[in-house]
Design a protein around this ligand. Structure first.
Ligand SMILES: Nc1ncnc2c1ncn2[C@@H]1O[C@H](COP(=O)(O)OP(=O)(O)OP(=O)(O)O)[C@@H](O)[C@H]1O
Length: 494
């Protein structure tokens, strides 16, 4: 292990891992992990998809028992470390796959992880605690606490999940695991969270930030743990934890970054529009696209971008002038994307089967199906399990790759993507950007909603949404951070 070693001077050890290993059947997810989480530090955790980050966090949360190694809490051996022991030690977890119950209200969801909220007035107390914490982390969020979770956007659900993790009831919060906490948050809300994380760490709470957004780690982490293939390969101190050094430790060698706007500046203007849709509350918002164009949707999260994508999908699947061969990469992977009891292969070739798959005497050509799955596995680097294994045996980022491959493997000319690189590692993101460029060059049209502003440099034009309407349309060369921010807060529709 390189870098600054395992402990930090001047801070007390909270939880110590020694020789931790974890296997799932024949898959070795973790091997020989040594690390001490200190009180009041912020640790960034980086690594490629399938590196073992979520598994390590599940061991820390007591969800998975390690198959090897020992754990110490406050300097004492903890031989029976499970979810209850983790809770007693003050460990809270904000999961990558959100764990809220959709059919309960926000306040009711509080009681699931804080069962001590009971008796007379429990609902009022739960609502108050939730609102206080939401306000502390995300000022001006507008949530009341009595909303049904199924009525919330993915962003709001992520905010609730985070606030719930930091809420104190009868036991102190000492360590909070944040697994991809900003994956559904826009830049403004992500900034609010990062500022809160720094404050929480200064106040003595250990915060673990597991993320592929390396700039976030660079901004807030005191130390960075870099994982590769189930092991810690480097621990970097604050001064050494630049984006470049993290990527180098991950073993991913990326070409020089492309300047925003440089990618597609010359394309897109004055082309004949092939697609036109009217979306939004009164169908007042007009979206246009040409063949081979990459169109971005931006703005603060939850401003109607997903609804606009769904309206376009609906129009494209109806009979009429807007009909098109369309595929959709769903934003809420767990709810709308993955078929949990199906294999990886079945999840991948589903859309291909539905449109244009070759048939033999009316039956699916199984050899062709296998070839499609194999081609996309290799092209997009789906790693971690055989294609016949259940989709849930893949890490979150690898599941996301399957959803992206599902859309691209189809016969669709129009690909709608709802934040498709959520949870995907930096190397794979580059591959995805290249694929989008290549497929657009072949004439496919992409509509791409993203919460990561840098990704808009890959779009010919970007529609910025505010209150379910478009405030600005920015061409690639106008799509700067400042212009996006200004348009995101503008009220009047263009
Ligand atoms: N329940 C499971 N059954 C079988 N294999 C699993 C299971 N959970 C994880 N794995 C495997 O363990 C390895 C580590 O997965 P993990 O989810 O910890 O990776 P990760 O670093 O969090 O990835 P990502 O960045 O994509 O979220 C992967 O090879 C994954 O396929």
């Amino acid at each position: 292990m390189g870098g600054t070693g395992d402990t930090v001077a001047g801070r007390e050890a909270l939880i110590r891992f020694e020789g931790i290993g974890k296997t799932f059947g024949r898959v070795r997810a973790l091997s020989d992990v040594d690390f001490t989480f200190m009180q009041g530090e912020c640790v960034g955790i980086a690594g490629h998809n399938g590196a073992g980050k979520s598994t390590l966090m599940a061991v820390l949360a007591g969800v998975h028992a390690p198959t090897q190694g020992r754990i110490e809490v406050d300097g004492r051996d903890a031989p029976h470390y499970d979810a209850n022991a983790a809770r007693d030690a003050g460990v809270r977890c904000v999961f990558q796959e959100l764990s809220l119950c959709a059919n309960l209200t926000v306040a009711e969801n509080m009681c699931i992880v804080h069962p001590q909220l009971r008796g007379r007035g429990w609902r009022r107390t739960a609502t108050r605690l939730m609102r206080e914490k939401l306000e502390a982390i995300f000022p001006g969020n507008g949530l009341k606490g009595n909303e049904l979770v199924s009525d919330l956007t993915l962003t709001q659900q992520q905010m609730v999940e985070i606030a719930r993790g930091f809420t104190v009831t009868d036991q102190p919060v000492r360590l909070v695991i944040l697994d991809e906490p900003t994956s559904s948050l826009d830049a403004h809300t992500a900034d609010q969270l990062l500022a809160f994380v720094r404050k929480a760490a200064q106040g003595g709470i250990t915060c673990l930030l597991v993320t592929h957004m390396l700039g976030e780690i660079e901004r807030v982490a005191d130390r960075v743990m870099v994982m590769r293939d189930g092991s810690i390969v480097s621990v970097l101190g604050r001064e050494q934890s630049s984006r470049a050094s993290i990527i180098q430790a991950m073993g991913q060698h990326l070409e020089a970054e492309r300047a925003p706007g440089a990618a597609r500046v010359q394309t897109g203007r004055d082309r004949e529009r092939h697609f036109e849709w009217n979306v939004g509350a009164k169908r007042h918002t007009r979206i246009e696209a040409s063949r081979g164009e990459v169109i971005g949707f931006a703005g603060l999260a939850g401003q109607g971008q997903t609804e606009a994508l769904l309206a376009i999908y609906e129009a494209a699947t109806r009979h009429g002038p807007s009909r098109a061969k369309v595929a959709f990469v769903a934003g809420d992977r767990g709810r709308d994307g993955v078929f949990p009891i199906w294999s990886i292969a079945q999840n991948l070739d589903l859309r291909w089967l539905a449109g244009g798959a070759p048939r033999r005497r009316g039956l699916v050509d199984l050899a062709a199906a296998r070839a499609v799955v194999e081609a996309w596995r290799a092209k997009i680097g789906i790693r971690g399990a055989a294609m016949s294994a259940g989709i849930l045996s893949l890490s979150g980022g690898n599941q996301q790759k399957v959803l992206f491959a599902r859309a691209l493997a189809s016969d669709a000319d129009l690909i709608l993507m709802d934040d498709p690189t959520r949870g995907v590692d930096v190397g794979t993101k580059r591959d995805i950007y290249q694929l989008v460029h290549d497929e657009a060059a072949k004439g496919r049209t992409f509509i791409w909603y993203t919460t990561e502003n840098e990704e808009l440099s890959h779009c010919d034009r970007t529609y910025v949404f505010r209150s379910a309407a478009v405030t600005r349309v920015l061409h690639a060369d106008e799509c700067t951070e400042e212009a996006l921010l200004a348009a995101s807060f503008e009220e009047q529709a263009a």
